[in-house]
Design a protein around this ligand. Structure first.
Ligand SMILES: [Zn+2]
Length: 439
């Protein structure tokens, strides 16, 4: 026994010793390799073909009515070169589309008094156009690689959704996107304190800087203790949000506020005003109908205005949700009981056609407001309100299953503390040169 034990110890000792030796030998050889690999001359990195250490960089923004040619000229580029490089730009960049306010960068080589060697025009965070103005002239259209990062965010409303999103240091674009998704379910101007939300979305990054939210994939908004879920699902070329059962989150508006009528004047930026006898924009759609024809509310909502005004005549304004409001002008009479604060149903009569105010005949001027601005309701793309069809419903359930699981896993914070995780799925596209006139 003792001999075996002794042998064991001996074997172990030899083993440990040889291991140490092995390690030392490895270290020595690594050092040697490293020493041998140190390059004697370090090539400076090139930036648009100019060695980084001799590049002189200056930046500016395109001014109103300023051409790239003018900027080149101001930076010492001769007329012939400007002419040549503009020829090279054909097919790479449309020089008429240069926008004021955009950034440009000038690169010189070695001497700040020398002429510009490179001009970079940055159209947006992704696209840039490089004009090579040195010995060889050409133009490159480059695209910075965009990383799509999936993120999750959850929060508790303490003041407003906007403030909460800002406090969480998330992109405020999310507020706008959320309010559109939930326009018919939740009034974001009247949230309760302690309402909560969680969102799965993807954000686009260029060189580590956010350039915007791409899409909200799923969200849950708990308003007055009832959770509303929303799942993005592309269907029949349209993109929409559905609840977990495949029901659309949107409700539709009536196509028109009158049953029988004809459109006598459409929404336009400029039309000849029949009463004022001059060109004026028309931010409404006119429905001509006999005086007394009933006018219906195009959707459920709350009356915000019901009164007489010089130009509008008798008019009613209805707030449908935090995004949409509608307005009905020139009524002969506002219906009895229609006054601010009253809740109305879709299709409910609110007044009667007339020609009060600035009108040359009986009609209803219908105005459609979106986020506080008047828009053409006939052009407004209000996505389908249909639920996911029976044929598609299994596909829909399969599509939302993984994202639903992810959404469930996000915890609501106890108290405004947020959770911001970058999910492992990272999609990335790298596509540097799009077009070039490189010789
Ligand atoms: Zn009108």
């Amino acid at each position: 026994m003792r001999i075996i034990g002794g042998l064991c110890i001996l074997a172990l000792t030899i083993f440990i010793h040889s291991c140490r030796e092995q390690t030392e030998r490895t270290q020595v050889s690594k050092d040697q390799i490293q020493r041998e690999e140190i390059p004697l001359i370090v090539e400076p990195a090139l930036i648009y073909g100019i060695p980084e250490d001799s590049a002189i960089v200056s930046k500016g923004r395109i001014r109103r009515n300023q051409f790239l040619a003018t900027i080149m000229e101001q930076n010492g580029v001769d007329g012939e070169t400007i002419y040549q490089v503009n020829q090279k730009a054909v097919g790479v960049i449309d020089l008429r589309r240069i926008k004021s306010g955009k950034e440009y960068v000038i690169y010189r080589k070695g001497d700040s008094a020398s002429s510009a060697k490179v001009l970079v025009y940055k159209d947006n965070p992704i696209d840039e156009y490089v004009f090579y103005l040195g010995d060889s002239l050409w133009v490159d259209h480059l695209q910075n690689p965009v990383d799509t990062v999936w993120r999750t965010l959850s929060g508790t409303i303490k003041s407003s959704l906007y403030m909460t999103i800002l406090e969480l240091k998330a992109n405020p674009e999310l507020v706008h996107k959320l309010s559109e998704i939930y326009a018919w379910e939740i009034d974001f101007f009247h949230l309760d304190m302690n309402d909560q939300f969680k969102i799965i979305y993807d954000e686009l990054f260029v060189n580590g800087n956010s350039v915007g939210i791409h899409r909200i994939h799923a969200a849950e908004f708990t308003h007055r203790n009832s959770p509303f879920q929303a799942y993005h699902y592309p269907i029949e070329n349209e993109e929409d949000y559905f609840d977990g059962d495949g029901e659309s989150l949107r409700k539709t508006f009536l196509k028109a506020p009158l049953r029988y009528s004809r459109i006598s004047s459409r929404y336009s930026g400029r039309r000849f005003h029949p009463v004022l006898k001059r060109y004026k924009s028309h931010r409404g759609t006119d429905y001509a109908a006999p005086t007394g024809t009933p006018i219906y509310s195009v959707g459920d909502g709350v009356i915000t205005e019901a009164r007489y005004a010089k130009y509008n005549g008798n008019y009613v304004k209805i707030r449908h949700n935090s995004v949409y409001s509608t307005q009905y002008l020139h009524m002969s009479k506002i219906k009895k009981g229609i006054r601010p604060g009253k809740v109305v149903k879709q299709g409910e009569v609110i007044g009667y056609v007339g020609s009060t105010g600035l009108a040359n005949g009986p009609h209803c001027c219908f105005r459609f407001w979106k986020n506080g601005y008047q828009v053409d309701h006939q052009r407004e793309k209000i996505p389908p309100t249909k639920p996911v069809s029976e044929e598609k419903i299994d596909e829909f359930y399969a599509y939302i299953k993984p994202i639903k699981r992810k959404l469930r896993k996000i915890d609501y914070p106890e108290d405004k503390i947020f959770l911001d995780t970058i999910l492992p799925e990272l999609a990335s596209t790298t596509n540097p040169v799009i077009r070039s006139s490189r010789p």
